[in-house]
Design a protein around this ligand. Sequence first.
Ligand code: SAM
Length: 402
Amino acid sequence: MTKQDQFLDRWETSFKEGSFVRASFTGARNLASPPPAENAQVRLIELNGLPAWSVTFREQRGDRTRNFPPGEFFAFVRNELLPAYRTGLLGTTRKDWQLIQSDSPGKEARLVSHASARAEPPSRTHDQKKPSLLDERARDWLLGLDVTTEDGKVRGSMADKHRQIHRYLEILSHHLEPCESGSPFSVVDMGCGKGYLTFAVWHWIHRIRGASATVVGIDSRKDLVDRGNELALSIQATGLVFRTGAIQDAEIGRPDALIALHACDTATDDAILKGVSAGVKHLMVAPCCHQDLRPQLGRPIPWDAILEHGILLERFAEWLSDGLRSLYLQAAGYSVKVLEFVGAEHTPKNLLICASRPPREDHAARQRAIERIRTIQAEFGVAEHPLGKLARDAEEILMKRE
Ligand SMILES: C[S@@+](CC[C@H](N)C(=O)[O-])C[C@H]1O[C@@H](n2cnc3c(N)ncnc32)[C@H](O)[C@@H]1O
């Protein structure tokens, strides 16, 4: 019996005897085709009075759920989940089991047992309400920032802002969750403005994750910084401070993550440069302005036929700016995802670039990004990009390593 068979056997037994708690699958296996999502979480639920398996595929752009009757389920796990993910976790009320599979063909998997994390199986009710990231615990700072009223209701004029904060936290928790587990976590928010997201990030680390947080909001406007500090003090937000200053001159040390949402003019690129040179593990920026590229942008054949239309030229300049930002981050050694973080009906500035340092450096990916930047910029006549330094530094590093 292989370790995979043993894992499935224990799972089926836990189902039959009623001791199943949960299962999850994480980490893409390099051997197989890409997994259906970043990770998969499995629950046993009741549908119309009958047991069913509910698989939630978690991705940065949102969750997808598929329900299976018991008869079809274990074939799905064997054929789809086990080949795609490196680690499977089975939680039962008797013991927890971890299946760790190797990428090397022929190398046997390991099956490790742990003490059970739960003595009782969870409720099988299907529609368990997902706890909101902005629950009661967020009441004080949401009120302080005038997002909600005294009785906790979202103000009509602040509904979009509330949605934006919530969505941002959802993405943040997906993006950072696999990397940190309750350990101290530091974040700098560049161009923090009134501090909606600065408070939100602090809330997530400190009040939701229960970790110790150092969160710094930086903004050139002293009045906003003073107000942020007053509110932080009044709600006793340990580890949250606001500082007046320009992004380009800020001393930020070496935080775990840097965020910048809708920082105007050159501030997004200044924030990216700051974050990369500080060696942050995670960067999340929502660009606001795309002014640098537009004047440089040529209209090569056959693109001229499209770019002669002002609005298309405008949108293309935005698109190209953010695409190049992503490539520069890849050249600097980050893996990058570009997401839409709220619907375009709420704000047109709704793109979020999420970059994380991978556990292993991928020199080939960095080199490829440099070459792509060169090709694209040559094609559209972009002589200089505000993030140009990132590609020059990367080239130097890669040359030394050759
Ligand atoms: C559009 S607001 C966004 C505020 C906040 N990030 C949010 O999403 O709610 C942009 C903020 O960036 C600040 N800012 C722009 N350029 C800056 C710079 N170079 N240094 C520091 N702050 C800057 C502005 O003062 C302003 O408060």
